[in-house]
Design a protein around this ligand. Structure first.
Ligand code: ARE
Ligand code: CA
Length: 475
């Protein structure tokens, strides 16, 4: 069965960007996103112009833009105290300017929407932009009656993820849980999201969507313009009653099983080919799946493979970007050894606007706080053009030799990776036209791969990834 590569929502997103920028050539846009974790708005704007637009990335997932509690940890972003767009990541004007500048080079913006809860503070406080708040009181927005009081656990915190009522009405790590079934709460959230849309964002990641009844998410989304892109974060958990599938009525969902299936191959040391004959088991339909190697939570938790794994991490990204399942988002954060450590700050307490125009182009021994710049790595960024070149060509069964693996996107492109410790040679039967192709993962076409008589021959050093496609024939 043939699967479509791009989510309908993302196509709408690309169309929106294109409509806003007639000079952008349709063929230069991809469905590939990049999560620029804790990158300030001014830096993201620069990034759109210097690296993302030219590489063909289609969209950026930002960190949450609303006012939050104060603090040095990255996760203060996930404790809203008001919906003013004023945070350590930048001001409202800077956010608006970022959206415009990214849009002008064809890159859409997906904002991280924290709407399940407000802060997790027990004592009253004052937020980054000066808003006074208490645990369940946010003047001008919410009063105590607007929050759930689940009464199911001693302290109202979620204890048992196998209990739907706890998951959706108790507090996630003490975060004051909004009663998203209440008209006033819904209207307040809708007003916030509409405000972001008025600045030109294309849509939202719905943070902690699992903790909001799917009917509530749908009701909120129903109030937004029909072309709004929605990506719900619903972590598939074994034995849990709340399933990602419940949220497909609102849009796409992040498919955590994809990341797990991918990562495990680098732990086991052997590649496994997915069942290509049908939709993959334990996966939502391809056109509603957002796929990723890791994200800001999993790199601090369950991910089997992260930036620390260097070449193997590049390989995982290559396999994801070459796949015909889901809409991929590349994760680009900063190095850390302390799970809680925030991004580097300036003297005034805002996040340093460091981008990747001059950033690392491959694996390095990063110092804490350095941005990893995954999206510009030589072995990753050109996969965006690969994806554009292969379009909707289906993935064909691959070839595996020892620790190396290669597969083709029918007639359009092929990738090969080697996670072994010695050189590997792979011969892949291919329907690509006979030619000498550039290995696009090596700059300047310094390495070529020949397709002769319907066979591509890849010679791969230990840890190397290689990719060829029909738009990059060697001259
Ligand atoms: C911080 C402190 C806490 C403190 C709290 C309130 O760490 O100790 O109680 O503040 O003061 C992020 C951080 C948290 C942080 C929070 C608020 O990760 O550490 O708490 O911000 O500042 C579940 C949810 C899933 C959620 C993950 C983290 O289902 O939605 O937990 N992911 C999103 C974001 C996070 C963010 C939040 C939600 C909150 O991506 O970055 O938290 O806005 C199984 C289950 C999963 C469960 C997972 C972990 O896999 O299946 O559902 O994920 O375990 O518990
Ligand atoms: Ca909830």
């Amino acid at each position: 069965m043939k699967r479509t590569v791009a989510a309908g929502a993302i196509l709408a997103l690309a169309a929106l960007s294109l409509a806003a920028c007639s000079s952008t050539d349709e063929t230069t846009r991809s469905d590939v996103g990049v999560q620029l974790f804790q990158m300030p708005w001014t830096a993201i704007a620069d990034e759109c112009e210097s690296t993302l637009g030219p590489a063909g990335y289609g969209w950026v997932l930002t960190s949450p833009p609303q006012e939050s509690i104060t603090g040095d940890e990255w996760w203060v972003s996930y404790q809203p105290v008001s919906y003013q767009l004023d945070s350590r990541l930048g001001t409202r004007d800077e956010f608006a300017d970022m959206v415009k500048r990214c849009d002008a080079v064809g890159v859409g913006i997906i904002a991280d929407a924290v709407i399940n809860h407000m802060s997790g503070q027990s004592a009253p406080g004052t937020g980054f932009a000066g808003s006074a708040y208490e645990h369940d009181s946010y003047p001008g927005l919410y009063e105590p009656a607007d929050f759930h009081d689940c009464g199911l656990t001693g302290d109202n915190d979620i204890r048992n993820y196998r209990d739907r009522a706890q998951v959706q009405t108790c507090e996630l790590v003490n975060l004051a849980d909004l009663d998203t079934s209440a008209p006033h709460v819904r209207a307040t959230i809708v007003a916030y999201l509409n405000d972001l849309l008025s600045l030109g964002v294309d849509g939202f990641r719905i943070d902690a969507a699992k903790h909001i009844a799917a009917t509530d998410v749908e009701a909120i989304v129903a109030e937004l313009p029909a072309n709004t892109t929605i990506m719900s974060e619903v972590i598939r958990g074994s034995g849990e009653p709340v399933l990602p599938e419940e949220y497909l009525g609102a849009g796409s969902v992040f498919e955590f099983t994809y990341a797990r299936d991918l990562g495990i191959q680098f732990v086991s040391g052997s590649f496994t080919e997915p069942d290509l004959s049908n939709e993959r088991p334990q996966h939502v339909p391809s056109d509603q799946a957002i796929v990723f190697v890791d994200n800001h939570d999993t790199e601090r938790g369950e991910a089997q493979i992260t930036y620390r794994d260097g070449d193997a991490y590049a390989m995982a990204n290559v396999l994801m970007l070459a796949d015909d399942y889901g809409t991929p988002v590349v994760y680009s954060g900063y190095a850390f050894s302390d799970r809680d450590a925030g991004a580097k700050t300036t003297a005034s307490g805002t996040i340093e606007p460091v981008g990747c125009a001059e950033g690392a182009h491959g694996p390095q021994d990063f110092a804490d706080g350095d941005r990893t710049c995954i999206h510009v790595w030589d072995a990753i960024a050109p996969m965006v053009a690969f994806r554009i070149a292969v379009g909707e060509a289906p993935r064909l069964p691959g070839v595996m030799v020892d620790d190396a693996y290669a597969f083709e996107r029918e007639g359009r492109g092929a990738v090969a990776v080697n996670q072994g410790e010695s050189e590997a040679t792979l011969t892949l039967p291919t329907t690509m036209p006979d030619a000498t192709y550039c290995d696009v993962l090596v700059p300047e076409c310094a390495v070529t791969v020949t397709v002769d008589n319907g066979t591509a021959t890849f010679t791969l050093a230990a840890g190397q990834s290689s990719a060829i496609h029909v738009e990059a024939v060697a001259r």
